[in-house]
Design a protein around this ligand. Sequence first.
Ligand code: FMN
Length: 186
Amino acid sequence: MARHSDYPIDDLFLNRWSPRAFSEKKVPTEIVYSILEAARFAPSASNFQPWRFVIAQTDEELATFAEFILPGNRLWTDHKVPVLILLLSDKYRPNGEPNPYHAFDAGAAWQNLALQAHKLGLATHAMGGFDKAKARELLQIPEQFEVLTLIALGYQGDKSDLPEQLQEREMPNDRRPLSESIVSFK
Ligand SMILES: Cc1cc2nc3c(=O)[nH]c(=O)nc-3n(C[C@H](O)[C@H](O)[C@H](O)COP(=O)(O)O)c2cc1C
């Protein structure tokens, strides 16, 4: 399905989507860092930059991450996705008080990352389908950080390599009309 916008927007927003078919091709470290660098420049409340990234790239690191990914996502991530990034956010301001915007700001970092990856010809796919407590335990993540999302990063692969049940979903999806998102409760 080709995406169309009702009002003109940059193609970047229409053409980024989240495939499940990834190529095993390795991603050079400089490219991974360029993509994270885009995330680094996301806006955040008081410029606290609450996002943190745990990166898995080696076979050993990817095998550890696979231990906390839920089976439905392992169908397409196992042995394929060359880079997995666990997105965390620091729940506290530097003065120790809670930062109510930590997850909001980390979401902005994820979007920067996804769009920069797309511009460099790579694909991303965010996942909530993983065991956050197990991720925390295996990666020894302190309580101060919220475990938010796991991000698959790599070059897009062949749809035909996916299990059959995922092949039919391997296309960009649509959005509800803008008018349904603009609300007034008066
Ligand atoms: C926080 C979050 C969690 C998600 N969890 C999963 C997941 O566990 N498995 C999966 O296949 N896709 C997951 N997705 C992908 C969404 O389904 C996808 O982004 C959405 O359908 C919009 O499609 P698009 O990214 O291709 O535009 C997740 C996306 C986000 C942002």
